[in-house]
Design a protein around this ligand. Structure first.
Ligand SMILES: CC(=O)N[C@H]1[C@@H](OP(=O)(O)OP(=O)(O)OC[C@H]2O[C@@H](n3ccc(=O)[nH]c3=O)[C@H](O)[C@@H]2O)O[C@H](CO)[C@@H](O)[C@@H]1O[C@H](C)C(=O)N[C@@H](C)C(=O)N[C@H](CCC(=O)O)C(=O)O
Ligand SMILES: Nc1ncnc2c1ncn2[C@@H]1O[C@H](COP(=O)(O)OP(=O)(O)OP(=O)(O)O)[C@@H](O)[C@H]1O
Length: 484
């Protein structure tokens, strides 16, 4: 593609020699002859330092935001290379979001993945093929390409949108993290709808956000990039989020203050099948059954229904889509031979643990058993808080390993116990996660709900820098086979 075509969206029309560009690279180790190398300032290093290396590998152009010394490539200075990468990537992949595919962005502290998959289920029930991009990966028809981040770097965002459009998707639903908005990973992307699920404390400190104010301001950016903002009217942060919005606003609520309101949430409870049912009024009258349990999933469903209603999805498709929805690793049921319920869930901090366990309590299990660990090399406060939440809400906690990374799993368990010991919750410790799961299955009683928290859709365990295969669906099947 001609350099002039890539630079046009940046408003650069002169001051360079036009040439054919083979690729766009932002990592010097992946620079190829004839590419444009974009220098990005990162958290660990500065891409400007690698401009020389990229030129040695044959880069024809260096896009930089401060002067760099290279002899074999032309240098083009721009005010912000992250924005430049996004605009150039969109052009490089044929501007997929300007005609080929309509993009829905979902932001919020919790519920992004679930709401994204619900929206896909609704759109597909209406006959619109839809791709999903988020924590689980880039998913077209269940074929999942892993992504480095929940919202990957802009080049990958536009590459995936092109892939989805080429595969015949009319829509892409993507999770848009606050970090991605801060880092301009979706800069210039025209969103048809932006959805806001909720806001609570998370992602503060280290390379993440400075404070809650900055966290919210980053999320707010989505609402000046979309035509319609579909927002949770019940969240105390919503009005502040919308202060500088430029979109049409559509509110959903479980407390009667929205354009679309949900009410009268009821639990669906059969062995192996938990779900929720609720009534919608306002712009639509319907009582959907949702194939995933939890009061918070009524919220997620209401967000997805509001979004898809705005896109013209008919009532019948809304009902059909929600009934059949399943989200990998989000309160996902696993078939077991006994009369108990075994669920996999991604809850890995206090907020999600609290909402998960309190909602499961409402299903009145004989016992609620929660198996969980906590990630190594992550803030310790998570461990104390998760321990406290499980101690308070589960009848029995089985404390085990999660991705211990470079820490000793026994040290992490000791931290979890600090929180646990603030409660009178019963617990056992089984550091080997496979053995802990086996214990739960061997000791399950009729009417129990057992939830394996923390892994969700992950299929590995990360120990001392190595990722070992660990798909809980496979592990459970192996344990059940060995017990036959
Ligand atoms: C802080 C942050 O967001 N970092 C992201 C960033 O990496 P970085 O800033 O550390 O990059 P760096 O190592 O400093 O390198 C800077 C530049 O030099 C280049 N380089 C580097 C070395 C070299 O030899 N040559 C070279 O050209 C790099 O390719 C890069 O362009 O760019 C990478 C590639 O896109 C991301 O994978 C990485 O995400 C890291 C892994 C991360 O943990 N990010 C978190 C904070 C994050 O983004 N989370 C959100 C929210 C998730 C949620 O809601 O749960 C997400 O969307 O995932
Ligand atoms: N609306 C919600 N409110 C509170 N908790 C929720 C909500 N939706 C889901 N959860 C809980 O949070 C966990 C993660 O849900 P989900 O993956 O949908 O959210 P996410 O925003 O994508 O999360 P993350 O940013 O951690 O990847 C679920 O497994 C569930 O326990």
């Amino acid at each position: 593609m001609l350099l002039s075509t890539l630079l046009r969206p940046l408003g650069i029309k002169e001051g360079f020699t036009d040439t054919d560009i083979t690729d766009i690279a932002y990592d010097s180790r992946k620079a190829v002859p004839g590419c444009a190398f974009v220098c990005l300032k990162g958290s660990a290093s500065d891409g400007h330092k690698f401009a020389g290396k990229a030129a040695e590998s044959g880069a024809a152009v260096i896009i930089a935001q401060e002067p760099v010394e290279v002899k074999t490539a032309q240098v083009i200075l721009v005010p912000d290379t992250k924005k430049a990468l996004a605009l150039m990537s969109s052009a490089f992949f044929g501007e997929p979001a300007k005609g080929a595919i309509r993009v829905i962005g979902i932001t919020g502290t919790k519920g992004k993945t679930t709401t994204a998959y619900m929206a896909r289920a609704l759109l597909e029930a209406a006959g619109h093929k839809t791709g999903v991009m988020g924590t689980i990966g880039a998913d077209i028809d269940g074929n999942i390409e892993p992504l480095d981040n929940t919202t990957p770097i802009s080049h990958e965002v536009f590459r995936q949108l092109r892939r989805m459009a080429d595969a015949g998707c009319e829509y892409a639903v993507m999770e848009v993290s606050s970090i991605a908005l801060r880092e301009h990973r979706v800069y210039g992307l025209p969103f048809e709808v932006g959805v806001f699920t909720n806001f609570s404390e998370d992602h503060i400190g280290g390379v993440e956000h400075k404070d809650m104010e900055e966290y919210l301001q980053c999320k707010a950016l989505l609402f000046s990039m979309c035509k319609t903002g579909v927002v949770n009217a019940d969240d105390p942060a919503t009005e502040k989020l919308l202060e500088s919005s430029t979109c049409e606003v559509y509110r959903f609520s479980m407390e009667g203050r929205g354009d679309m309101n949900g009410d009268n949430c009821r639990h669906l409870n059969q062995p192996g099948l938990l779900g929720v049912e609720f009534d919608i009024s306002g712009d639509l009258e319907l009582s959907p059954k949702v194939g995933i349990p939890g009061r918070f999933n009524a919220y997620n469903a209401l967000a997805a229904v509001s979004c898809c209603h705005k896109l013209g999805v008919p009532k019948e498709a809304l009902l059909e889509g929600l009934r059949g929805v399943k989200v990998k690793g989000r309160v996902e049921p696993v078939a077991v031979p006994g009369n108990y319920t075994l669920l996999l869930d991604y809850a890995h901090n206090a907020v999600s643990m609290e909402s998960l366990l309190s909602t499961l309590r409402e299903y009145e299990p004989k016992r609620l058993i929660c198996l969980f660990g906590a990630g190594g090399n992550r803030p310790k406060v998570r461990r104390y808080e998760m321990g406290e939440a499980s101690g308070r809400l589960a009848d029995l906690s089985v404390i085990t390993a999660d991705n211990s990374r470079f820490e000793d799993v026994l040290d992490i368990i000791e931290d979890i116990k600090i929180g646990m010991n603030k409660t009178d919750g019963k617990y056992i410790e089984i550091p080997d996660r496979r053995e802990a799961i086996r214990w739960c299955i061997e000791h399950a009683q009729d009417g129990d709900i057992i939830v394996l928290a923390g892994k969700g859709s992950e299929d590995y365990q990360e120990i001392k820098g190595v990722r070992y295969p660990f798909d809980e669906r496979v592990v459970i099947r192996e344990i059940l086979d060995s017990l036959k």
